[in-house]
Design a protein around this ligand. Structure first.
Ligand code: GLA
Length: 388
């Protein structure tokens, strides 16, 4: 990272020598719509990241500048800041949550630069929240464990921004590790780093370049449908508190008592949890073909049972699977547009990219955007001269 130039840019707007903090975006390899059902996920952090340069102020004001958008806003920590439906909500939200957690912030100047594509389902917002939280925390010399930092950022998203997301995005943004995917139990928050062999395979992310508006409302509807499913299933299995508590076999026995749509939603979650567990096993056994197959099945379940895919995602996935060297392809993230994630043999990476680009253009008239990233390290302070 060109640390010097970030500081130079900071000094164009603010005085002092800032500290710089970064947090990555993420791609989820498998385990979709399972986090808020207390289940399992397997995301990895990306080399695409948000960086926040920060210097404290003494007047309880926060001045934030987005380098990407060439826009600044100022707010006071003394006023009960409300969301503005603006990029600054992520920073204002974590500032509020830090204050609510007992950190009295002095005020700060912040310069934000992000290379995480926005609106692509790669968690640009989690990256911004986590990097902002670390930056603001540094102004009080405060400390939080990485997991508490992720929980605080999630709370900002839930309570301030108003997006009822699970813990996956913020958690991987803090706990990511180079060359590893992260296997997370979203109930206990226990996790394991799972090696991903980049000499054998690459993760290729393809952006459909569509984002259907339905996203947020459908997300909340899916959450409600899952809760309704749990309530109904309790008459059969009184001890369950989340879909996570049922194996696919147990679920199959009780599925008949559920209304059709609720049944399909629950079936996705229950089988997806199982696919995550099998994926971790496959990766540990170096069985990449098996892992790819599980990714394919995840997509089918998201498309048919959970119904969060869309035409462009389905086209992109179908095209990818026909390209030699593609071991698996699925939609990733919340759905209704955004990206697919593809597991591609290392030797086929270049050919895959040009093939998917031209096939997708031919089929849809749209130009896909492609991102390549090895699994990257989670949030940390960027120290000048230190390569991390
Ligand atoms: C969004 C949410 C996550 C998760 C995914 C679906 O990215 O922010 O918490 O629920 O959707 O897996």
């Amino acid at each position: 990272m060109e640390m010097k130039s970030v500081i130079k840019r900071f000094n164009r707007y603010f005085p002092g020598t800032p500290r710089v903090f970064m947090a990555p975006g993420r791609v989820n390899l498998i385990g979709e719509h399972t986090d808020y059902n207390e289940g399992f996920v397997l995301p990895m952090a990306l080399e695409y990241r948000a960086e926040v340069a920060v210097s404290p102020r003494a007047d309880r004001r926060v001045r934030v500048r987005s380098q990407n958008l060439d826009e600044s806003i100022t707010f006071s920590l003394n006023e009960n800041e409300r969301k503005r439906n603006h990029w600054s909500d992520y920073t204002a939200g974590v500032a509020r949550m830090l204050e609510l957690s007992g950190f009295r912030l002095p005020g700060a100047d912040l310069l934000i630069e992000s290379m995480v594509p926005v609106g692509a389902g790669l968690s640009s917002s989690a990256a911004l929240e986590v990097a902002s939280a670390l930056a603001l925390l540094s102004t009080v010399g405060g400390e939080l464990s990485l997991t508490d930092l992720a929980l605080l950022a999630q709370r900002a998203e839930n309570e301030f921004v108003g997006m009822n997301c699970g813990i996956m995005d913020q958690f991987i943004s803090v706990h990511g590790e180079r060359d590893h995917a992260l296997f997370l139990d979203c109930r206990s928050l226990e996790y394991q780093q799972v090696p991903l062999r980049s000499d054998q395979v690459s993760v290729i992310i393809c952006n459909t370049r569509v984002k259907h508006k339905l996203g947020v409302s459908e997300y909340n509807t899916r959450r409600k449908e899952c809760e309704e499913g749990v309530d109904l299933l309790k008459s059969y299995y009184p001890d369950i508190t989340a879909l996570r508590d049922l194996s696919p076999e147990e679920f199959a026995q009780s599925e008949g008592m559920l209304p059709e749509v609720i049944g399909r939603r629950c079936r996705h979650v229950v089988t997806e949890d199982q696919r995550v567990l099998e994926s971790v096993r496959a990766l540990r056994e170096d069985d990449l073909a098996r892992f790819g197959d599980l990714m394919n099945r995840s997509h089918e379940s998201l498309r048919d049972d959970y119904e969060v895919s869309c035409r462009e995602l389905d086209i992109m996935v179908d095209l990818a699977r026909k390209i030699p060297g593609c071991l698996g392809a699925r939609m990733t993230g919340g759905g209704f547009g955004g990206c697919t994630v593809n597991l591609v043999e290392a030797a086929s990476v270049d050919a895959f990219q040009s093939a998917i680009r031209s096939a997708y253009r031919e089929e849809t008239g749209l130009t896909a955007e492609i991102y390549l990233s090895a699994p990257a390290r989670g949030a940390h302070e960027v120290i000048p001269g230190l390569k991390l």
